[in-house]
Design a binder for this molecule. Structure first.
Ligand code: AMP
Ligand code: MG
Length: 401
């Protein structure tokens, strides 16, 4: 049996990142992986400007009950003239601060009368002025290679005037499901058949990570059909995922087929539940990951074992998302010789403290409880876990993106 951590590491290192890159516009950049470093080209803000609607003055010109003549009105987007000593400039949020001014008084503390303004409260020197470069200074490193671009990154890029970025090409993932008993949803099902749920689920999981489910193929449990499907997927994709047919049943043909294609195959009995068996092979240098067939196993194994490999191949810097330690609620003490991944719901108790509740049936073949669980709790092998003990929590919202 292979230790979970070791298997996870080996998988994550099972392939190199894609090398192809493309330049794309910001409107298409969300979720893509940056393939260049971004250095700030301009100061932000580019000039001193007002954080409030009000009046820009020299701090030293303030005196209570003294009215300062209003020299000019400067709207956001206007270029103000230098401030004449002893006068004020009417400004608005985002207006440039005229040269010579250093302080803004909010309009709420100002009384405008006969072309002049007096203030009802003493200002603090420099207040309500956003200084040039105080947010971002030109020359400052902004983003690294491997950043997965979020809406916040897009705001940052746009604020720099950057319209296009270089990103890694989308990872092309091929999916092969196997089994004589399976029929595609939408097709007629014979009584001895079941609908193929893994194909659509895996395609959605892959797309949810920003990769491309480039080819989704089903093959019967037949050596010839499997060999053809696999060699075509390997030729067209960066990574191939196979489902089922990898245990030791008489019709479990994935292993001999991969070997006949020249794959260096490592078959693992990973010390985890659900999950074993699984395999990693390389055919013509392309990684092929073989997953067990039960949909519950596919979901869990994909989450904890396959997503790090996908993230690495996508060129992402963060391969292993955070794993929090959170108290688990359990009526009985749990103790197993394998790592156990329980489907759980993350809830808040009366005091607003996070807890994990085991959710629904835990059977590897069961799909009914999958949508209601929002994470996986990992119980370490050979460790007794009692009510409220902290366990590792794999949050699907972190791990499946
Ligand atoms: P296998 O590893 O091929 O023996 O499959 C294990 C179990 O998972 C069997 O009960 C299969 O019917 C089921 N299974 C395999 N592939 C799929 C699939 N694509 N969709 C739904 N169930 C599947
Ligand atoms: Mg099968």
């Amino acid at each position: 049996m292979l230790d979970f951590e070791i298997a996870q590491q080996r998988l994550a290192q099972g392939a190199r990142p894609v090398t192809g890159t493309t330049s794309i516009g910001l409107s298409e950049a969300s979720g893509r992986v940056l393939a260049e470093t971004i250095i700030a080209g301009v100061d932000l803000p580019p000039g001193d400007n007002s954080a409030m609607d009000g009046y820009a003055i020299r701090y030293c010109d303030f005196a209570s009950d003294v009215s300062l003549p209003i020299q000019q009105r400067c709207f956001a987007g206007d270029m103000p003239a230098p401030l004449i000593a002893g006068q004020a400039t009417r400004v608005f949020t985002g207006s440039l601060i005229p040269e010579g001014a250093d302080t803004v008084v909010m309009q709420e503390y100002a009384v405008e009368q006969d072309g002049g303004v007096r203030f009802t409260e003493a200002p603090r020197s420099g207040q309500h002025v956003r200084l040039r470069g105080e947010d971002i200074a030109a020359g400052q490193p902004l983003l690294d290679v491997g950043t997965r671009i979020s809406p916040a990154h897009i705001a940052l890029l746009a604020s720099q005037g950057i319209a296009e970025v270089r990103v890694f090409d989308r990872l092309r993932v091929g999916i092969l499901t196997t089994g004589d008993e399976l029929v595609a949803p939408g097709q007629l099902r014979a009584p001895q058949q079941i609908f193929n749920s893994n194909a659509a689920m895996l395609a959605a999981l892959v797309e949810g990570m920003g990769a491309q489910a480039a080819e989704v193929v089903h093959a019967a449990d037949d050596e010839q059909a499997l060999r053809e499907a696999l060699s075509s997927l390997v030729a067209q994709c960066d990574l191939v995922l196979t489902v089922g047919g990898v245990s030791v049943g008489e019709r479990d043909l994935i292993k001999p087929v991969l070997e006949s294609l020249g794959g260096d195959l490592a078959l693992w009995k990973v010390r985890m539940k659900p999950g074993k068996p699984m395999a990693l092979a390389h055919v013509n240098g392309k990684p092929v990951v073989c997953l067990p067939g039960n949909p519950g196993s596919v979901y869990a194994v994909f989450t904890v074992m396959v997503t790090p490999l996908i993230r690495r191949m996508q060129g992402r810097a963060e391969v292993f998302p955070l794993v929090a330690r959170i108290p688990l609620r359990t009526e009985r003490t749990l103790h197993e010789a394998r790592e156990v991944f329980l489907r759980v719901r993350y809830v808040l108790n009366d005091q607003g403290i996070a807890e994990l509740l085991p959710y629904g049936s835990q059977g590897a073949g069961n799909i009914g409880a999958m949508p209601g669980a929002n994470g996986l709790a990992r119980l370490a092998a050979d460790v007794a876990v009692s009510d409220r003990d902290r366990v590792a929590y794999y949050d699907l919202q972190r791990w499946l993106v």
